[in-house]
Ligand binder design. Structure first.
Ligand code: GLC
Length: 734
């Protein structure tokens, strides 16, 4: 009997204790409960003040949680290619921490140039690990604004001129990041295609161009990548600021795309309480700053979504549902990140991160010219290799605005070449000099640059071959946030320097470190040209591997290099088209952006979209499809052979472009609809198979506001670039 009593008492205590802890532990704290239940319960326990406090910044890069309920703050950090150092609570400048020097990954133009979605997933994975390690809920990237002109200061942060390429590359990046319980913040939504007057410019663009060109990458990131947050852009669209734009945020993002994440403003992008409350903004950051230097004047309590919002809620001007809708999304973000069940530990500056960063860099470097097979410069082949140009030693991860990084290390091109070839075979000369930052208008005095030039010429004379490492840099008015370049020309007299150098040494390679197209008056005088991007911490190792032939280059251009600036679509329509007149700007080129313009207007570019050479050669077979006719819901299976007909193994990014022959609305000559990167050993042939959903051949009909796939004849072309068509086949859509 006694035993039974003891057992009964034990069981009773067990039941009570379980119930008690359940009663004690609110379900929103229970990481194994469904997120929506956790959101509902946390919301029901919050006061009005706590809800409003959650909707705006409390510091430069954080917003409030609810300490009383054990809900942590939300911490965000830049940027798309590395985790920015910790800054002061309320200042842009670095706080001097000793444990936040990150790995710098290649800028996103380089990732796009890899034409390799697997690289994008790997990229998201490792940058997500670094953000997780630094305990950030939100990574303020990736940027997917379309490359509309070669002058935009921030093109280097984005993925080029084609909406299909950007869409296919952004989805795996988002998935890679968010598997770390870190939210991406896809930016800048939308039409932020320039830095000039970025806070004021009011973009007028057709519904067709909006839907066919500027929204697809954002739509893919949200509907396929399931992005957990998105950043409103500084500019206006049709007279309403993008950070509180009814069309973009309510109708398209949250309506059509069913986005369930958080809309975060760009820093200083909010200008109205009424619009912020009703037009879809959830979290206001950086008010009264310019997102770069000004530290702002508005105290956090006076942000548009702070006291003004609270007063409006209390007076009944705003219904409480307005704040609940915002807080619900922010709670969801918190439960997906800092309070998620399976939050990994992250990693910071690990060997794997360096290895992956270098592979992405090697995959993105583009060989633009290689006359007489000057490259690769095999180790041991030349006694004296001259490395000339400031970008061979200058840090290219510092500067450029919010994407500037404090790095654990950065291998410069010169260091990479010294390691690869041995210092006894390397000569070096600075060649040209930029300013430390072009905010100051000083330019190096002419005799100083003459002496640099003549010293470089002397070095070039003594060398067997010359590696010129130049391009742009992250200075203001170069590849930098805050304003655009004023010309497509190389800065700091590099053209003159190159002209003088090739006079004394014909074995000349130009390596361009840049995120934008540049003019090349020396194009026919040099034997080789390499588009080297901004490659981050592993820059020197990646470049040395490609230049030496250890790695066969396989990158292809994600944007067109025009022969002259006026050949660019937006520029050709004058000031109202770019950069705008009296704040108003009209995208007059409409859907003809990038190669769409050059193809349709039959303008020959300097280097076309999708172009890139290899140290080997490839032969394309004739394109074939599995059927002749398709209905809208079917998938077109495309196939063709590819053979490595050269002397080294290598990878090739094949492309398929589609054209509609007789559309009721005008369409570009052709549009990229599939790409794939294939590795082939010497002599190897593979049959490549790709799929194109018939519905993806549709155009956006702005009369019916619907994507429209018309019956009729379409032509599919396989290509090595937008200007190098290998074969074509016509199909019928019914
Ligand atoms: C900047 C940029 C944005 C960045 C933010 C925080 O102005 O526009 O990309 O993430 O402010 O630095």
């Amino acid at each position: 009997m006694r035993l039974i009593r003891i057992v009964f008492a034990g069981v009773l205590c067990l039941i009570l204790s379980v119930n008690l802890t359940n009663a004690q532990k609110p379900i929103y704290l229970d990481v194994n409960q469904p997120i929506e239940k956790r959101v509902d319960q946390a919301l029901s326990l919050m006061t009005l003040e706590e809800k409003v406090a959650m909707c705006h910044a409390q510091s430069k890069f954080s917003s409030k949680g609810v300490p009383r309920l054990g809900i942590p703050e939300v911490w965000m950090d830049d940027g798309p290619h590395g985790i920015r150092e910790e800054v002061y609570w309320d200042k842009w400048s670095g706080a001097g921490w000793t444990n936040d020097s990150c790995t710098a990954f290649p800028a996103l133009t380089c990732l796009a140039a890899s034409f390799n979605s697997q690289m994008a997933f790997n990229y998201g994975t490792i940058i997500g690990e670094e953000a997780r390690y630094r305990n950030k809920n939100v990574l303020l990237g990736p940027g997917v604004n379309i490359y509309r002109t070669p002058l935009n200061g921030r093109n280097f942060e984005y993925m080029g001129e084609d909406p299909y390429l950007s869409s296919r590359m952004v989805v795996p990046y988002v998935q890679g990041v968010q598997q770390n319980s870190v939210a991406v913040c896809v930016k800048h939504f939308a039409l932020n295609n320039q830095e000039t007057n970025r806070m004021g410019v009011n973009v007028m663009v057709s519904d067709r161009a909006l839907n066919e060109i500027y929204l697809p990458a954002f739509k893919a990131a949200v509907t396929e990548g399931k992005a957990w947050s998105i950043m409103g852009a500084y500019n206006q669209l049709r007279g309403q600021h993008c950070c509180h734009n009814d069309l973009l945020l309510n109708k398209i993002l949250k309506g059509e795309w069913k986005f369930d994440g958080v809309v975060i403003s760009d820093w200083g992008g909010v200008h109205s309480t009424d619009e912020a409350v009703t037009n879809g903004l959830d979290l206001e950051m950086g008010t009264s700053t310019n997102g770069l230097t000004t530290d702002g004047t508005a105290p956090y309590s006076e942000y548009y979504l702070a006291n003004p919002f609270l007063r409006g809620l209390k007076s009944g001007k705003y219904a409480e549902t307005a704040v609940n809708e915002k807080v619900r999304r922010i709670l969801r973000l918190i439960f997906r990140t800092t309070m998620s069940a399976n939050r990994p530990f992250g990693k910071f500056v690990s060997p794997e991160h360096s290895e992956t960063a270098r592979k992405i860099a090697e995959n993105g470097i583009v060989l633009l010219k290689n006359d007489k097979q000057l490259l690769p410069l095999l180790v041991g082949k030349y006694q004296k290799i001259a490395v000339i140009g400031e970008n061979s030693t200058r840090s290219l991860v510092i500067g450029g605005g919010s994407s500037s990084l404090k790095v654990a290390y950065e291998v410069s091109p010169l260091e990479g070449f010294l390691k690869k070839y041995g210092k006894e075979h390397i000569l070096y000369s600075k060649g040209y000099m930029s300013n430390d930052n072009d905010n100051k208008k000083i330019n190096p005095t002419s005799q100083y640059s003459d002496s640099l030039l003549s010293a470089a010429v002397e070095v070039a004379k003594k060398a067997d071959v010359v590696l010129f490492v130049g391009g742009l840099n992250k200075n203001f008015l170069q590849d930098s946030e805050g304003d655009d370049r004023k010309t497509m020309d190389l800065p700091y007299n590099q053209d003159k320097l190159i002209a003088e150098l090739v006079k004394v040494n014909k074995n000349f390679t130009v390596i361009l470190c840049s995120g934008n197209a540049v003019s090349m008056p020396w194009l026919s005088d040099v034997k080789a040209i390499v588009q080297g991007w901004y490659l981050g911490s592993e820059a020197g190792n990646a470049l040395a591997n490609v230049i030496s032939g250890e790695v066969n280059p396989s990158g292809k251009l994600p944007f067109t290099f025009p022969k002259k600036l006026e050949d660019n679509a937006a520029i050709s329509f004058g000031k109202t088209s770019y950069p705008g007149v009296n704040d108003n700007e009209e995208y007059k080129e409409d859907i003809l952006v990038g190669y769409r313009w050059f193809d349709t207007k039959k303008i020959t570019p300097l280097f076309p979209f999708g172009f890139g050479l290899s140290y080997t050669t490839f032969e394309y077979g004739k394109i074939a499809t599995d059927k002749k006719e398709y209905t809208a819901d079917e998938t077109i299976k495309v196939s063709f052979t590819l053979k490595n007909t050269g002397k080294t193994d290598g990878s090739e990014s094949v492309q398929v472009y589609a054209s509609q022959l007789k559309a009721t609305l005008y369409r570009p000559a052709k549009e990229l609809k599939a790409f794939k990167k294939i590795f082939l050993k010497v002599g190897e042939t593979q049959t490549i198979e790709m799929q194109i959903a018939a519905k993806d051949l549709a155009f956006y009909n702005d009369k019916t506001q619907k994507w429209t796939l018309e019956s009729g004849e379409y032509v599919l072309r396989n290509a090595a670039s937008s200007a190098d068509i290998k074969s074509s086949i016509s199909i019928q859509i019914n």
